[in-house]
Design a binder for this molecule. Structure first.
Ligand code: ADP
Length: 387
């Protein structure tokens, strides 16, 4: 007689959004016996061809969110461009949503994030929040910061969109005026950065935490172009970064992944921003760590023990593929020794994140050169910079 072994019940996770993060979550889901349903804004979204189920609808649409919730055990996120009021409502009705609306608020609203972190004593750049356009307040902030402020939309920005970093005071003023038409605007002191680093943390529903090592992040035109493990930090800065990362993790208390972007300056370390979802600065963990951020995000939100965050090799470099005028050769990119090429399956468009390449190994220079060689073969808009 044929013996039928009952497989353990599948956990159903719903993801709001169907971009590359949901795609990489879907790739991590199957060994965890998790079925993934994505809420995609359109039929060509990056995660659709690897998810188990696809619901089409806007991330801000209550009806679509209700449909997603009705199909799954727990809801999580691919991005933070959501309507917090709707998320709160569903949560109050009993839908399991991780990160919770309270944690998600940090990522949705940069003004709330800055205020709350500052009130908790976490170092952040000096800032002023404009509720509506106020030229006198803008000029006062510029004087106070003794320079052109960095202008950020409190809500809705990503990948440098919704941020104006310029030396031209008129351009910053015009940017702030325009942004204030659609909501609160953050004016920030522009710091002189020695480097940018990030810490990625996983938390599960039992409150257990796992930290990956700190990485260096490089931005080109406001968008992340490269991530290097380990971060090139002096011992004092590293202690400060680790301490801040742990404090922020406790304050935000996000189930799933929390990424913390930090500025390293000659006056110490400052938090730039936090994201309550898998983050570009953690893509290297797919090959560079025993457990990837995508696996631990899923483990966190369904309440499984977290996997180990120990690196697999001494060095890892991740280079983003950001669309240029025309695509390069996937074959040539894959031909580079040790290159793990992740193609998000998106249509090619200038300035769009289309994939990434990771190389891991025990020789820092070789790892970095090969990651860039592979990315250049596929064509990316950024170039390898001197350290
Ligand atoms: P986004 O949310 O779109 O990623 P960020 O707030 O992270 O935008 O800003 C994008 C980049 O702009 C940062 O990574 C950093 O290089 C630069 N930047 C932002 N704020 C400041 C600041 N206060 N001082 C100096 N550079 C900044």
């Amino acid at each position: 007689m044929l013996k039928v072994t009952q497989s353990p019940a599948t956990t159903r996770v719903g993801v709001v959004g169907a971009g590359q993060l949901a795609r990489m979550m879907a790739q991590a889901a199957s060994p965890l016996n998790i079925a993934l349903t994505v809420l995609a804004s359109n039929s060509a979204d990056a995660a659709n061809d690897v998810a188990d189920f696809v619901v089409i609808g806007a991330a801000t649409d209550e009806v679509a969110l209700r449909e997603l919730s009705s199909l799954v055990d727990v809801v999580t996120f691919d991005h933070e461009l959501v309507d917090l009021a709707v998320i709160e409502k569903l949560e109050l009705e009993g839908t399991k949503i991780f990160p919770s609306s309270a944690a998600l608020r940090f990522a949705v609203d940069k003004a709330y994030q800055r205020r709350t972190l500052q009130a908790a004593g976490v170092p952040v750049p000096r800032f002023v929040i404009l509720d509506s356009w106020d030229e006198a307040a803008f000029d006062e902030a510029s004087e106070k910061f003794a320079g052109v402020p960095v202008v950020k939309a409190a809500r809705g920005g990503y990948d440098g969109r919704g941020v104006v970093v310029t030396n031209d005071l008129n351009e910053a003023r015009e940017g702030a005026r325009r942004m204030s038409e659609s909501g609160e605007v953050l004016l920030e002191e522009r710091l002189t950065l020695l480097s940018e680093v990030a810490g990625v943390v996983a938390t599960n529903t039992l409150g257990e935490r796992a930290y990956w090592p700190i990485v260096t992040t490089v931005q080109t035109n406001g968008m992340c172009s490269e991530v290097r493990f380990p971060a090139e930090l002096g011992p004092q800065d590293l202690v400060e970064v680790l301490d801040i990362t742990q404090r922020v993790a406790a304050i935000v208390n996000a189930v799933g992944i929390l990424a913390i972007e930090l500025f390293v300056t000659s006056d110490g370390v400052f938090v730039n921003e936090v994201a309550t979802r898998p983050h570009n600065s953690g893509h290297w963990t797919i090959e560079g760590s025993r457990t990837s951020q995508f696996e631990n995000h899923l483990r966190g939100v369904v309440g499984l023990p977290l996997g180990e965050t120990t690196p697999t090799e001494r060095f890892a470099v991740m280079v983003n593929i950001v669309g240029t005028d025309e695509p390069g050769s996937l074959e040539n990119a894959q031909a580079v020794a040790g290159a793990h090429v992740h193609d998000y399956g998106k249509t090619w468009r200038t300035g769009r994140k289309l994939g990434h390449v990771t190389v891991v190994g025990d020789d820092a220079t070789s790892v970095r050169v090969r990651a860039w060689k592979s990315a250049n073969a596929l064509k990316t808009s950024a170039q390898m910079e001197d350290e």
